[in-house]
Design a protein. Sequence first.
Length: 401
Amino acid sequence: MMTSDVVIVGAGPYGLSVARHLRTVKGLEVRVFGEPMSFWNQNMPAGMFLRSNWTATQIADPDGRLTLEAFQAATGRRFSLPVPLDDFVQYGLWYQSQAVPDVERRIVMRVETDSAGFRVHFADGEALATRRVIVAAGIASFARRPAEFEGLPSELATHSSVHRDFTKFAGKKVLVIGGGQSALESGALLHEAGAEVEVVTRAPHINWLQGFVSKALHHRMGKFVRHLLYAPTDVGPAGISQVLARPRFVRGLPRTLQDKLRKRATRPAGARWLVARLKDVPLRLKCSVASVSVVGEKLQVHLSNGSVCVVDHVLLGTGYKIDVSKYSFLGPELLGAIRRSNGFPILKEGLETSVPRLHIVGAPAAWSFGPLMQFVSGSRYVSRALCRSVSGREPIAPRAQ
Ligand SMILES: Cc1cc2nc3c(=O)[nH]c(=O)nc-3n(C[C@H](O)[C@H](O)[C@H](O)COP(=O)(O)OP(=O)(O)OC[C@H]3O[C@@H](n4cnc5c(N)ncnc54)[C@H](O)[C@@H]3O)c2cc1C
C-alpha cells in the first residue's frame, strides 16, 4: 500500500495554499488529490467576475511570490478589478504549476480510520495509508435546492452551480430565484445571453455592496481611514471587516455574537457593478415560491404574491448550506466521530476536528473561525495555522528556484 504523512483532499485555493505551506516543513511528505481549480472552472458561469477585491483574491503563499502581479508578469495577461473569472482560474492553475506541480488528479472515494491513522480509497480500488488528512473539498456538495424543486427534471430547474455556459438559454424564459451575488449575476449573464429573465427574491430590497453613496463616502474618507475600517481580507462591512480578519479573536467571542457576525458578513448582496447590467431585468422583491407544477414542457410557478409565471426554466441562485455529512467520502463511522453544530464541524486550533489529525478547511470552518473561511483571503490564516499545528512552527519561505 502507498503511504504518506499528509493527504490533502481537494486542489482549489485552500488545498493548494495549504500544500504549498506544509511543503516548507522539512521531511514531511504531502500529497494532494483533486482536479485543480475545478469548482471555479466548471461550476461558475463564463463571463462572471469575482466580487472580492485585489488583495483578497491572492492565494496565500509563504513568501508572497505567487501573487496576481507575478502571474501577470509571468504570463503577459492583463486584467484589473473586478477580476474576471477566467483570469482567476488561470491564476489558480499557474499557482498550482509553480507550487504543487505534482497534484494527483484523482477523486477520493472514501476516508476511514485505521490503526496508523487513516486509509484513503480511490475509485480504481487503490488505497493509501496516511497519518493526517486535510479536507479542502469546497462547497460544491452543499448546493441548496428548495424543497419545491426537488425531483424536477434538470431541463426545467437547476442550481446555478451546474452551469458554465448560459447561451443555451437564448430565447427562453428563465426565472431566477435568489437575491445574492450568484442569482443577480446569473440574471445579468442570462439577459446578456438573450434569455427573457426575471429575478424573484424574498428580500424587501437588494443589498448593493459599496453602493454609489458609500463609494463616494469611501472616496472622501481617504486611504488612512479606509485602511483603518477595512482589512485587506475584504470580508464584512466597515469596522467588522477588521474583526473578521482575525479568526483567533473571532473564536473567543460569545457564540451569539459570532453567529451574528457571520450572518452579517455573508448576507445576500450584489456588487455595485451589476446595477447597470440589471436595469432591463425585472426584479420581484418580497416574493417567494409557493408551489410549482409541470405543464407540458414548461414550469408553472405560483408566487407568494398570488402571481403565476410560466417559464422554460427556473435557475436556483439559492446558495449553499454547509453540511459536512454531504461529503460522500466521509464514511458514517468517521462522520459520527466528528463533533458538529448545524452541519458545521466544531474545530480546534489548527482546524482539527474532534477526530485527531483530521482537519477541515474552507467554508465548513466558518462556524469555528468566522466567515473569512468562506473566501480565498482566509487561505493565509488557515495555511499558517495548519503549519503551526503540524510542525509546531511558522512556515519558512521556500528558497527561490
Ligand atoms: C458564484 C460564486 C462566486 C464566488 N466568488 C468569490 C469571490 O469573488 N471571492 C472569494 O474569495 N470567494 C468567492 N466564492 C467562494 C469560493 O467558492 C471560495 O472562496 C473558494 O472556492 C474556496 O476554495 P476551496 O479550496 O475551499 O474550495 P474549491 O475551490 O471548491 O475547491 C475544492 C476542490 O476540492 C476538490 N474535491 C472535492 N471533492 C473531492 C474528492 N472527493 N476527491 C478529490 N478532490 C475533491 C474539487 O475538485 C476542487 O478542486 C464564490 C463562490 C461562488 C459559488
